[in-house]
Design a protein around this ligand. Structure first.
Ligand SMILES: [Zn+2]
Length: 384
C-alpha cells in the first residue's frame, strides 16, 4: 500500500537562492492578500455573488502576471498553490468548518509549496536536491527522502534557518511483528507510563536554556524600545534597519527552535522504539477525556507534548503496519486492574484524586501505582 510520508531536511541556500526564496515568499503572500482583498470586496458589494473559485482565481492570476511581471520570477506552482489554499479556506469557512481566512503578515515563519511537475524536484544524492527555479541545493538530513516526490515545502524559520519538507509517496515498510501489545497512560509527572510499569520521563528541555533565553529576551525588548524611540524621531527608519535588534530577535528564535527540536528528537526516539517493540499500542483518546477541561492539567499535558507524541505514534504505526488504538479513558484511573471493580475515587474530590499516586483496592486489596494501573486498564479496553 502506498502512503505519503514527509521528510524534513535542512537546506543551505546560497545568496542567490536565498534572494529567490525571499521573492517567492513575498509573491505568495502578496497574491494571497490580493486575492483575499478581492474576495472580500466582491462579497461586500454583492454577498449573493458567492466566492471566486480556484479556477477563476487562477484566471485572474494569469492577468496579474502580465500586470506585475515580477510575479513570473516566483515558482508558478507555488502561486497556483496559494489559490488552491485560499479556495479551500473559503470552502471550509462556508461549510462553517473554519474561521474566515485572514491576511498574512511577514512576521511569522515564511513558506511556499512547490508541486513536483515532470520530475522537476529531484533528490540528486544524499546531500543535493533539485528545486524548481532555485536549482541545486545542499542539504543535510538524518533520513534521505525516497519514493515518488509529490511536493516540497520551503520554509524559513524566524532564526533565519531554511528547511524543506519533501512529501513523498512511498511503499509501506512493515516492521517485524512481535505479537506484543501495550497500553499507555498520560502521566502527570511523566510523559507516558506503560502498562508494563515503564515510566518515560517528561524532559524539560526548556529548563536547560531558560537563563539564556531570558537573557536574550531582555536584550531584545530593550533594543526594541530603543528602536521604536529612534523610529519616532526619524519616520524613514524601519525595524529592519536596526541590526542589533534583529540579532537579538534571531537569538531568541534560535533558542526556541533549539528547544523545540530537542523535544522533537526525544519524541521521535521514544515513539520509534514503541512502534518497533509492539504490534498494538493503546492510548487514551484525549478528545473524549475530561482531563482537558482542567486547565492546569491541560497545560501539563501540553508541556509533555502528549499530542505530538500520539500524532507521531499514529503515523509511525501507519508506515510500519502496526496499530494504534484510542480508547475512552473514563474511570481508567479508578478501576482496579486486578479485580475490575470501580471505586468512587476512594472518597477524594476529583481534584484531590489527581494527587493520589498510589492506592489500595478496597475490594481485593491490590496495591496500585496510579499511572501503571490506568495504563493496564487502557490496554485491556483496547484489547477488549
Ligand atoms: Zn481490586
Amino acid at each position: 500500500m502506498a502512503i505519503k510520508k514527509g521528510f524534513n531536511i535542512r537546506i543551505y541556500p546560497n545568496t542567490d537562492q536565498k534572494a529567490l526564496f525571499t521573492k517567492t515568499f513575498g509573491a505568495c503572500r502578496w497574491l494571497y492578500n490580493h486575492m483575499l482583498a478581492l474576495q472580500k470586496e466582491r462579497y461586500d458589494n454583492s454577498p449573493e455573488a458567492g466566492f471566486l473559485t480556484t479556477y477563476s482565481m487562477n484566471y485572474i492570476l494569469t492577468q496579474l502576471k502580465r500586470e506585475y511581471p515580477w510575479l513570473k520570477e516566483a515558482d508558478a506552482t507555488a502561486l497556483t498553490g496559494v489559490n488552491d489554499n485560499l479556495g479551500r479556506a473559503f470552502r471550509n469557512f462556508f461549510q462553517k468548518n473554519a474561521k474566515a481566512p485572514r491576511f498574512k503578515s511577514k512576521k511569522y515563519e515564511q513558506s511556499y509549496i512547490s508541486k513536483c511537475v515532470n520530475n522537476n524536484i529531484r533528490i540528486i544524492d544524499e546531500h543535493h536536491i533539485l528545486i524548481p527555479k532555485a536549482g541545486i541545493l545542499y542539504y543535510r538530513s538524518g533520513r534521505i527522502p525516497h519514493g515518488r516526490i509529490c511536493s516540497v515545502t520551503i520554509r524559513m524559520k524566524p532564526s533565519g534557518k531554511y528547511y524543506a519538507s519533501v512529501l513523498c509517496e512511498c511503499e509501506e515498510e512493515p516492521l517485524t511483528k512481535t505479537g506484543k501489545a501495550i497500553g499507555i497512560d498520560v502521566g502527570l509527572k511523566d510523559l507516558a507510563v506503560l502498562s508494563d510499569g515503564t515510566k518515560i520521563p517528561a524532559v524539560r528541555f526548556d529548563k536547560a536554556l531558560e537563563d539564556k533565553l531570558a537573557y536574550w529576551q531582555r536584550i531584545m525588548s530593550r533594543r526594541l524600545l530603543k528602536a521604536k524611540e529612534a523610529m519616532r524621531e526619524d519616520p524613514n527608519l524601519k525595524l529592519s534597519d536596526f541590526r542589533n535588534y534583529q540579532k537579538a530577535r534571531q537569538m531568541v528564535a534560535k533558542i526556541n527552535e533549539h528547544i523545540a527540536s530537542q523535544r522533537h528528537d526525544y519524541l521521535q526516539k521514544i515513539t520509534a522504539e514503541l512502534v518497533r517493540k509492539y504490534d498494538v499500542i493503546v492510548v487514551e483518546d484525549l478528545y473524549t477525556s475530561h482531563m482537558m477541561k482542567n486547565h492546569k492539567l491541560a497545560r501539563a499535558i501540553a508541556n509533555a507534548g502528549w499530542r505530538e507524541f500520539v500524532t507521531m505514534l499514529e503515523y509511525k504505526c501507519g508506515f510500519s503496519g502496526k496499530e494504534l488504538r484510542k480508547v475512552d479513558p473514563r474511570s481508567t484511573s479508578q478501576t482496579c486492574s486486578d479485580c475490575g471493580c470501580v471505586n468512587n475515587r476512594l472518597g477524594f474530590s476529583s481534584y484531590g484524586w489527581l494527587k493520589v499516586r498510589e492506592w489500595n483496592c478496597p475490594v481485593c486489596g491490590a496495591h496500585h501505582d496510579r499511572d501503571v494501573n490506568a495504563a493496564i486498564n487502557i490496554l485491556n479496553l483496547g484489547l477488549a
